[in-house]
Design a protein around this ligand. Structure first.
Ligand code: VG1
Ligand code: CO
Length: 542
């Protein structure tokens, strides 16, 4: 019954910041996805009968890979596969389903905020039994296995009907097609004060949520419109499309422009938000007030105790290194530890499992907590709504109050996309070699205090992750970070993270670009961005 298919390795099946991401055309080659999935199973060696969760963001090629994965799982001894109806599971919902049903792990099929369609992107990520992305030890082993693979296993069986809830036998394995929304929506009800939010809606609180034609549509309609009573139409672009309507499902000022226009326009509702392709990111905009993800993390942490799930307080806060230090000040005020990790959610898993951190966040629109082991877009939206409902305050007023108390970290990220890999590598290696010469040097009004390459020592398992970004720290708390993206599928993407701290009592109501202009000039002087890339400005500013 089990069929062994001979194969040869593909180069480059190395998982990046968040799984293996390539063009659909790459994934569609014979043996490509199969090799990777078999390599995962060869590394994790499921116990006979183990449970595997499979779900994706609904993008083009999702259903094809799900059918492949089901057959390979059946041939590798899994006893049960849980798959979301229609092949849908948002990344945080997949994390929850893994935890709730005691699965040994899961395959999350997504390229997140990257565009979808026959000429666009696809991705596969393996999550472990805690519901979180596999740590580096496992992803390194999977990559090593892809380089030596010579066969993959499958069973001959017809496709499973992914659109009918119920159970089907595939060989000796059972495939259960489950409701992708219900478990997740129920979990949200345990964390947040739905009654308070419902009351605020009845009292006139208005909102708009842009699902960007991606996976969060069904989740947001169920939670915001059905369970919380926001009027129909509060969720826009709520039907998941295979190509996301031709857009990048990336909740930022460029790709969620419609939402921005609404929130800065005359008829803005009280609260605006969006999520990304796979539902793990969030964008928060109040009436004429954009909240940077770094600020959002700090503001949520400062107010989280107002939600029932966090009423007992936070154990700690964790943020990725390039994320601004706004959350650090909240941690200090709360008297709890702050952990600084490399980019990517997989580094938060150990801290959450060990009970050292409760809330985590990244500057890239990712926020989450110990309720799952992924970042969670709708969770952040609901925590914001819970806080606004209880405090009866606007987003803008809450932000101003926060800055008046803690100071403000003006922040922006400049991305230079699709650079020739050699140019990007040359920039990074030259900069890396010059780091030791930078301390004491002045760039305009800025003087370098410390310059280094960020390395992380995991306090839980003692593992070290080196080369996680180049940092230039200035006297007074301003900072520039340079790193290369680990999620792109075309050439290299340089990310330049700019941060300027303005203490309480300082200039708290200025425009971000004005406040960062000295840092922008310093970034080019330090790294030679124009010289190396030939680009005079970034492709995207977030
Ligand atoms: C980017 C972000 C990072 C995030 C990762 C996955 O990675 O910077 O913070 O964790 O995407 O998010 P990189 O290596 O391209 O900078 V998602 O929503 O794409 O799963
Ligand atoms: Co995502």
């Amino acid at each position: 019954m089990i069929v062994t298919v001979p194969t040869t390795p593909f180069a480059g099946q190395k998982p990046g910041t968040s799984g293996l991401r390539k063009k659909v055309k790459v994934f569609a080659q014979a043996n490509y996805a199969e090799n990777f999935i078999q390599s995962v199973f060869d590394v994790v060696r499921p116990e006979p009968g183990a449970i595997l969760v499979i779900g994706g963001d609904g993008r083009y090629h999702n259903r094809t890979v799900i059918q492949q994965a089901i057959r390979i799982a059946a041939a590798n001894g899994y006893g049960r596969v849980l798959v979301g109806k229609g092949g849908i599971l948002s990344t945080p919902a997949a994390s929850h389903v893994i935890r709730k049903y005691g699965a040994s792990g899961g395959l999350v099929l997504s390229a997140s905020h990257n565009p979808g369609g026959p000429d666009e992107d696809f991705g596969i990520k393996y999550n472990i039994a805690n519901g979180g992305p596999a740590p580096e030890g496992i992803t390194d082993a999977i990559y090593a296995r892809t380089q030596g693979i010579d066969r993959w296993l499958t069973v001959e069986t017809p496709d499973v009907d992914l659109d009918a809830i119920g159970e089907t036998a595939v060989g000796t394995m059972t495939v259960a097609v489950i409701d992708p929304v219900a478990d997740y929506a129920d979990l949200m009800e345990t964390l947040f004060d739905f009654a308070a939010i419902r009351q605020a809606v009845a009292d006139g609180l208005t909102a708009t949520f842009d699902a960007m034609s991606a996976v969060t549509g069904p989740y947001a309609i169920e939670i915001l419109e059905k369970r919380l009573g926001f009027p129909a139409g509060t969720v826009r672009n709520g039907i998941p499309l295979e190509d996301f309507g031709g857009h990048h499902p990336d909740p930022n000022m460029v790709h969620a422009k419609e939402l921005f226009d609404t929130m800065f326009g005359p008829d803005a509702p009280d609260f605006g938000a969006a999520s990304d392709g796979d539902g793990d990111r969030n964008l928060i905009v109040g009436k004429a007030r954009f909240v940077t993800p770094s600020d959002s993390l700090a503001m949520l942490a400062a107010n989280a105790h107002l939600a029932p799930g966090y009423a007992a307080g936070l154990k700690g806060i964790a943020r990725s290194m390039p994320t601004s230090a706004a959350a650090d000040r909240v941690a200090q005020a709360l008297g709890i530890p702050l952990y600084e990790t490399p980019t990517g959610w997989k580094f938060f898993g150990n801290l959450l499992d060990a009970g050292m951190a409760t809330i985590c966040g990244e500057e890239s629109a990712g926020t989450g907590s110990d309720h799952v082991r992924e970042k969670d877009g709708l969770w952040a939206v609901l925590l914001w709504l819970n806080i606004l409902a209880v405090r009866k305050i606007s987003v803008d007023a809450l932000a101003r109050e926060h800055w008046a108390l803690y100071g403000r970290n003006y922040y922006a990220r400049h991305d230079y996309e699709a650079l020739p890999t050699e140019a990007a590598d040359a920039l990074m290696s030259e900069l890396s070699a010059s780091l030791s010469t930078l301390p004491g040097k002045a760039f305009g009004p800025l003087t370098v205090a410390v310059a280094d390459s960020f390395s992380y020592l995991d306090p839980v398992d003692g593992s070290t992750s080196a080369n996680q970004g180049l940092r230039v720290l200035f006297e007074g708390g301003s900072r520039i970070v340079f790193r290369l993206s680990g999620t792109g599928t075309e050439g290299a993407t340089l990310r330049v993270y700019l941060e300027r701290f303005e203490p309480a009592g300082g200039e708290l109501d200025r425009e971000t670009p004005d406040m960062l202009s000295d840092l922008i000039a310093a970034a080019d002087a330090i790294a030679g961005i124009v010289r190396h890339t030939g680009r005079n400005e970034p492709s995207v500013i977030t």
